[in-house]
Design a protein around this ligand. Structure first.
Ligand code: UDP
Ligand code: MG
Length: 140
C-alpha cells in the first residue's frame, strides 16, 4: 500500500529565481496539502548528509555545493499516493526531458539546478521528513 505523504524542497535556484510562490501554487492546485513547511538553509555538511546516497556519483560535490548555496523551502506534503503523484508533478530529473507542464520543465535551470526535490519512496519520504522536521512541526 502506498503512503499519503512525501517530502519536497524548493531548491536554491528556484528560490533565487523568485519561484517559491508559483511552485507552492502549482503544488496546491494539484491537490497536495502542506502539513509542514520551513524556509531554511542547509550547511554543506547537512546537504552531504541528505544526499549521502549519491556520495559516489561524479556530481556529488557539485550537488552539495549547490544545495548549500542559498536558502531552500522544505515541505511535507499530503495526498493519496503522494510519492508517485508528486514525482509525476515535478517531471524528470533533467528539465530538458521533463514533460511539458511539470514543475521542472517550467522552473528548473538544468539537470543539477532543477528547482525541486521529490522523495522517491515512502521510506525515504519518512526519513527525509524527519531530517528536517520534528513531530511538533508537522500539522496533519
Ligand atoms: N543531479 C545532478 N546531475 C545528475 C543527476 C542528478 O546534478 O546527472 C542532481 C540533481 O539536483 C538531482 C539530484 O542530484 O535532483 C539527485 O539525483 P536523483 O537521481 O536522485 O534525481 P531526482 O530524484 O532529484 O530526480
Ligand atoms: Mg532522487
Amino acid at each position: 500500500m502506498s503512503g499519503n505523504r512525501t517530502f519536497t524542497m524548493i531548491k536554491p535556484d528556484a528560490v533565487g529565481d523568485g519561484h517559491i510562490g508559483a511552485i507552492l501554487h502549482r503544488i496546491n492546485e494539484n491537490g497536495f496539502k502542506i502539513v509542514a513547511m520551513k524556509y531554511t538553509k542547509l550547511s554543506a555538511e547537512k546537504a552531504g548528509e541528505f544526499y549521502a546516497i549519491h556520495r559516489e556519483r561524479p556530481f556529488f560535490g557539485e550537488l552539495v555545493a549547490f544545495m548549500s548555496s542559498g536558502p531552500i523551502v522544505a515541505v511535507i506534503l499530503e495526498k493519496e499516493n503522494a510519492v508517485q503523484s508528486f514525482r509525476t508533478l515535478i517531471g524528470a530529473t533533467n528539465p530538458a526531458e521533463a514533460a511539458p507542464g511539470t514543475i521542472r520543465a517550467d522552473f528548473a535551470r538544468n539537470i543539477g539546478e532543477n528547482a525541486v526535490h521529490g522523495s522517491d519512496s515512502d521510506e525515504n519520504a519518512q526519513i527525509e521528513s524527519s531530517f528536517h522536521f520534528s513531530g511538533t512541526e508537522i500539522f496533519g
